[in-house]
Each structure stands twice: as C-alpha cells, then as structure tokens.
Ligand binder design. Structure first.
Ligand code: PFF
Length: 456
C-alpha cells in the first residue's frame, strides 16, 4: 500500500479546511448538548473540567489525528495500517468507523428536531408560547409523534447524503464556508438578547461560579466525553479531513484555530441559553429538550423574534449538517479507499443504513421511552457508548499509537511540514506536545476510565 495517493481530492484552500473542520466540530454538540450536559452536571465546575480536558487532551489528540490523516492520506483503517502493517491497529481505525456510524444514527434524530423546528418557526407556533411550560409541552407532543420524529430524521439524512455525494470541495467545503460565519453572528445576537433579559446574572452565575461538591468520577468522564464529542475526536473524523489537507499548511495552527472556534461557540451558546433558562424560570435539568423548551420563549419575547427563530433553526440545522457530513464521510472514505466502492454508492448505502439503525433512537422518545437498560433508553445507551466510551478510548489509542507505536520522532518529522517556522519561533511547542501526547493524555484518559467504572 503506497502512502501517497495522488488521485485523492484536496481542500481548495487553507481556510476551506479550517471551516470544514470547524464545521465538523461545531454542531449540536455545542448548541444543543453542551448546555444541557452542563445543566445536568451542575454548571461551572463541569465547564472548568471540560476546558481542562480540551486543552490537555483535546489539543494534543486533534493534532495527532490530523497528522495521521495528512501523512497517510487515508481513512482511519488505512491510516493505522499504512503506518504499522498491523491488523490490531487497523481494527482501532475500524472502531472509529463504527463509532462514526453509531453517532450518525442518533445525531440525525436530534438534527431532525431542529429541521422540524424550522417549520414550527415559519408557522409562527412560538407566538403562542407565553410560558416555558407551553413550549415544553409542544416539544413533548412533537417528539411523541412517530411520523414527525422519524420523518424529519429521514429528511435530514437525505440532506447529509447529498453533500457527501457531491464530494469534498463542492459539497463539504462550500457549504461550510458560507454557513459557519453566519451561524456565529446569529448566536452572538442571541447571547446579547439573553444577557439583557431579567435575571440574566443568575444564568451567568450558574455558568461561571463553580460548586465542586457536585463533581465525581462520572462528572469527569462526562466532561471528557463532551470534549471528545464536540471536537469530533477519537473516531477519525479529523483524520479523514486531515487526509485531504495540504502539507504546506501548519497542523498545530489549524488545531488551535479549530479548538478556539469550537470552545467559543459552546460558551456563547451556554450564555445565550442559561440566561434564558433563568429568565424564564426553568429547570436546568431539562435534558435533551432544554433548548427546545427555552429558546422559543425567548424568541417570543424579542423584537424580530419571528425572523430570528426561523434563522436560528435553519442555522442550527446547518451546523448539524456540517457535522453529520463528517460522520458519513468517515464511513464513505473507508469504503472508497479500502473496498473500492464509488463515493456515491457508499454515501447513499451507509446514509440509509445509519438511518435504519437510528430509528430505535427516535422511538426512545415515544413508544420505546419505557424500555430501558440501566435506567437508559436505547438512545441513552448509544449516546453513552459512543460519546463516553468509544471516543475517549479511540483518543487513547490514537495518542498511544502516535507517541509509542509509530514513534514520536517520525511523527515530528511529518508535523514539521508546514509548521517549520512556527516551531523555530516557539520550540517549546514541540516539547509541550511531546509531554502531552506521550504521557499526560493517555494516562489521564486511562485514569478517568478506571475511576468511572469504580476502580479507585
Ligand atoms: N462535533 C459534533 C458536534 O459537536 O455536534 C459531533 C461529531 C461530529 C462528533 C463528528 C464526532 C464526529 F466525528
């Protein structure tokens, strides 16, 4: 297997890569999941642990992932195999492809809610919501409707297939370039609206005033899982996007830019939503329905709320699309590289298969809501399995592979491509990455695991 692959598509520009990778990172994980996971895990202390996980584990691992992709120009299975010729390591790549499939299956369900809410907004449904209870009841009624929830899940899947079908530059890159900046502006406006609502300071206090008594091993695992999920790490999405990247561009600089944008968006979304939660006197513990219970009431109360509500759900849906595309792209790249399928066939077949496996996740909010294992619905289980187990485990193996199996010295030679000047100016960066990727990241992930299963 040759490492260079000249027929492979590439990103059209450096900015194209950054926006596509940020498009993968920024999605439901920031605007929908982050606020409710923060709400369920006690607020500020959780955020601090999440930020530490991002800096100490997320940053070195995202660099490692992009580097593996760019060096080998392959999908995760092919990337591990090309550098190790080992079946074991190829199967770690396979675990990533599987995780992508699992995430795509439930991600499309929630993205479908956002899609469906575009039409609720257009129909002016939010005008009737004077109280969060009314908004909450409306949300519950919608997700209880099997046709609504599965229907929009299906429509969302079709849209994601469309972009992957069109290819890297024409589909993924172009879409991200237009929509990401607009999303940011809108969220910023919503944050300002949140901050000017009555009781906004209570929301800010909840977000930034830590109560450490709520923290335990499980909280740390959730924070680690969130850091991996929101950065699209541990399953080869960044590896696959890195495989289309030019060697002229600097990986560490790109990684820092992607993490900065992703973290900023999560925090801005947190402020927009928790100021609204406290202003409307709602429970921070509302779980997956949180933003659907709060934002409609905020839109109702703000000037121009009708237009903003439509724009917001369009953009949330688009943020979800740019992430779902990266999930489907991992599976597609695997079947294209390793099984010689056409891109079009792989995108269609696995988009549909992921939809079918996602149906029980959709039904977890209605007919299967009482069918639970360890207190979790099917949706709860696949989400926990993927976000809190498979992604951190994948991240652990990526760090161990780069630092110990492939070898740090070889990794460095490749990392210097495009980043020579940066390392000449800041030589401590190399040492920093070495310490993090070789020791700190794998050890910390391992300890968090042991702790969460009650081993110490
Ligand atoms: N990072 C995405 C989000 O925050 O919504 C979710 C995601 C996309 C996770 C791609 C993993 C992935 F490979």
């Amino acid at each position: 297997m040759s490492i260079q692959n000249s027929n492979r598509e590439n990103w059209g520009s450096k900015l194209g890569f950054i926006l596509a990778a940020a498009g993968s990172a920024i999605g439901l994980g920031n605007i929908w999941k982050f606020p409710y996971v923060v709400g369920e895990n006690g607020g500020a202390a959780f955020i601090i642990i999440y930020l530490i996980c991002t800096a100490v584990i997320g940053l070195p691992v995202i660099i490692a992932e992009i580097l593996l992709g760019r060096t080998t120009q392959r999908n995760p299975v092919g990337a591990f195999y090309a550098l190790s010729k080992s079946k074991f390591w190829a199967s770690i790549g396979g675990m990533g492809v599987f995780a992508g499939f699992v995430i795509l299956s439930f991600y499309s369900v929630v993205a479908g809610w956002s899609f469906g809410y575009i039409f609720e907004a257009i129909n002016g449904v939010f005008n009737d919501f004077q109280t969060p209870q009314a908004a909450g009841q409306h949300f519950e009624a919608l997700v209880s409707n099997v046709y609504w929830i599965v229907g929009f899940q299906f429509l969302f899947t079709l849209v994601s297939i469309f972009f992957v079908y069109r290819g890297v530059q024409k589909g993924i890159e172009q879409g991200s370039k237009i929509m990401m900046p607009v999303l940011f502006v809108l969220l910023f406006i919503l944050m300002i609206r949140g901050l000017t609502l009555p009781n906004a300071e209570k929301g800010i206090e909840f977000l930034f005033n830590a109560d450490w008594s709520l923290v335990n091993g499980q909280t740390v695992l959730m924070a680690l899982g969130q850091a991996f999920f929101t950065l699209s790490l541990g399953m080869g999405a960044m590896m696959t996007y890195g495989s289309y990247m030019s060697k002229k561009n600097s990986i560490p600089t790109s990684a820092i830019q992607i993490i900065f944008l992703d973290t900023l968006i999560a925090l801005v979304a947190g402020v927009a939503i928790f100021t609204a939660v406290f202003a409307t006197g709602q429970d921070t513990n509302a779980g997956p329905g949180l933003i659907f219970h709060t934002l409609p009431v905020v839109f109702n109360k703000m000037p121009g709320g009708y237009i903003f509500s439509i724009l917001f759900f369009i953009l949330l849906t688009i943020a979800a699309i740019t992430s779902a595309i990266s999930l489907l792209e991992v599976i597609t790249a695997y079947f294209v590289d390793e099984r010689k399928w056409s891109r079009k066939k792989a995108a269609i077949v696995f988009g549909i298969v992921a939809f079918v496996f996602g149906v029980p996740s959709a039904l977890s909010f209605n007919v299967l809501s009482d069918t639970t294992l360890f207190g979790l619905t099917y949706y709860g289980i696949v989400d926990y399995l993927a976000s809190n187990i498979l992604l951190p485990l994948g991240g652990f193996f990526i760090a161990v592979f780069v630092a110990w199996r492939w070898g740090f010295d070889k990794a460095i030679v490749n990392l210097k491509d495009g980043a020579g000047e940066l390392f000449a100016k800041y030589p401590w960066m190399l040492l920093g990455w070495k310490i993090l990727i070789k020791y700190l990241a794998p050890i910390l992930i391992f300890l968090v695991f042991l702790n969460s299963i009650g081993l110490f």
